[in-house]
Write a protein that binds this ligand. Structure first.
Ligand code: SAH
Length: 468
């Protein structure tokens, strides 16, 4: 049945056209232009000429698929992963690593200029990895049932909820790959049934594994659809026999029909509740539910940059909002008078306090559970807390406006903004600029090679007089 086409589109569904890819979206898809009309084409690179099949047209833009590349970009490379084009995990494997770093730099630069309306601020070249593979310290893998009835574990196929059985993921540390395979095999041997999203039956939903970079300790979390895990003892024995570097096996119970991986309850099945890692001389105890950066090598580069931008002399009061397990807080505490951390997940705050003690920094740090936008205004109003340096490291949605306003009211000399989303970073920088702060420089750090995710640190300073 022929569908009505949008009249402003110069092409129609199923047309096959030849066009030049001119740009990339922030997700890394190619943008081809046909008489000024934008066609989004996955895996196209700027400068390439391609034969494109039009899949869908909308007002102002459409979608296409490359049938054949007529002229290839020098930035194109062979994606080494055999399931790259089916899996939704990576988006940039077809791009050379140098081009990926340039792409990320440009994304940050463009967001700051276009959304933030800020010109003339240096955005440095992205700090990349020497070997941008096998870097992830954490895998979170859904479990399903193969057509032959055995278990499968892997990532969701692009834009779907179909699980692709996977043996190896080349951005994961080998130990995580091995742990996922081992758990899959052992659970299968003990006849554990995979959770089925359709009818909410079955036991095993996800396998989560996290390895501490410096100690090699490995935590496995079995996410189950209820408290029962049949043959628990045997499963533990088999896993620990197969993988001696496993130091912790946890169970998390998630009975909800949701895409969220974790449920509320986490219990220890075997070993320790934490794994221990070290970054830049500071030790961290990490528990199952706590946020911990996924790329240890680059995390050090990121935190070093935050420390450099904070330029501490030893007498400063610092607030670290969205502090997780206190990683940035403790990095800065060594050089500051006192650091106040705030974080919404209670387990993470418990970890932060434990980490402060572990590093003998507990007398100069204070960690509190709460929403930063609620707690920091209270610190300001009720306690008259006056920070010299304010660090934020919010999730993708950026900082709450109430927090930004409080930061402006508190008048710290410096603000360090660590961001995993250039769009919300730019939006928030604009508010801070309007509130009397000047963004001085931005350093992108490539925490997530092969993917379209972008991390950066921005240094802001209070302007001499507040422009109200
Ligand atoms: N700085 C830490 C964590 C950054 S991730 C690190 O580098 O490891 C962001 C953290 O913000 C997460 O731990 C998340 O639980 C927390 N978070 C999310 N919303 C929050 C809010 N409104 N107030 C405080 N913390 C929040």
């Amino acid at each position: 049945m022929a569908k009505k086409q949008h009249t402003d589109a110069p092409v129609q569904k199923n047309d096959v056209i030849t066009a030049v890819i001119e740009d990339l979206t922030h997700e890394g898809d190619g943008v081809a232009k046909v008489d000024g009309y934008a066609l989004f084409v996955p895996y196209g690179l700027p400068g390439e000429t391609a034969q494109i099949k039009v899949l869908k047209t909308k007002k102002g833009y459409g979608f296409g698929r490359i049938i054949e590349r007529i002229e290839e970009s020098s930035e194109r490379t062979e994606a080494p992963c055999p399931i790259y084009y089916q899996c939704g995990g990576c988006q940039l494997q077809h791009m050379t690593y140098d081009a990926q770093l340039r792409f990320k730099h440009k994304q940050v630069q463009d967001a700051i200029t276009r959304i933030g309306g800020i010109d003339n601020i240096p955005v440095h070249r992205a700090i990349g990895m020497e070997d941008p593979w096998r870097y992830r310290n954490k895998a979170q893998v859904p479990v399903g049932t193969r057509s032959d009835g055995h278990l499968k574990a892997g990532f969701f196929q692009k834009r779907s909820h179909r699980i692709m059985d996977m043996e190896s993921c080349i951005i994961q540390k080998e130990a995580n790959d091995e742990a996922v395979q081992t758990v899959k095999r052992i659970a299968d041997q003990h006849n554990i049934k995979a959770y089925d999203e359709e009818n909410a039956r079955g036991t095993l939903r996800h396998v989560v594994t996290r390895q501490a970079h410096t100690t090699g300790e490995l935590m496995i979390v079995l996410v189950t659809n209820g408290p029962d895990l049949p043959h628990k003892k045997d499963i533990v024995r088999d896993i620990t026999e197969a993988m001696p570097n496993v130091t912790s096996i946890m169970q998390n119970i998630n009975t909800k029909r949701t895409n969220a991986i974790y449920g509320e309850k986490t219990t220890l099945i075997w070993g320790n509740e934490h794994i221990y890692d070290t970054i830049g001389g500071i030790s961290f105890a990490i528990s199952a539910r706590s946020f911990y950066q996924v790329n240890p090598e680059q995390t050090k580069a990121l935190y070093d940059k935050a420390l450099e931008y904070a330029d501490l002399r030893g007498n400063e009061t610092v607030i670290d909002a969205y502090c997780g397990i206190g990683t940035i807080s403790l990095f800065l505490a060594r050089k500051a008078r006192h650091v106040y951390g705030v974080e919404s997940i209670p387990e993470a705050v418990t970890d932060a306090k434990r980490n402060a003690e572990l590093n003998k920094l507990d007398d100069i740090t204070t960690f509190a559970v709460g929403e930063a936008e609620e707690l920091v205004p209270w610190w300001h109003q009720a306690n008259g807390l006056q920070p010299d340096v304010f660090v934020v490291d919010p999730p993708r949605k950026g900082c709450d406006e109430k927090l930004l306003q409080t930061m402006i009211d508190m008048q710290p000399e410096k603000i360090i903004y660590v961001s995993c989303n250039p769009a919300t970073l730019a939006r928030d920088l604009k508010i801070l600029e309007d509130g009397g702060y000047a963004a001085k420089e931005v350093q992108p750090v490539d925490m997530f090679p092969q993917t379209n995710h972008i991390e950066s640190v921005t240094r802001l300073e209070k302007r001499a007089e507040k422009s109200v």
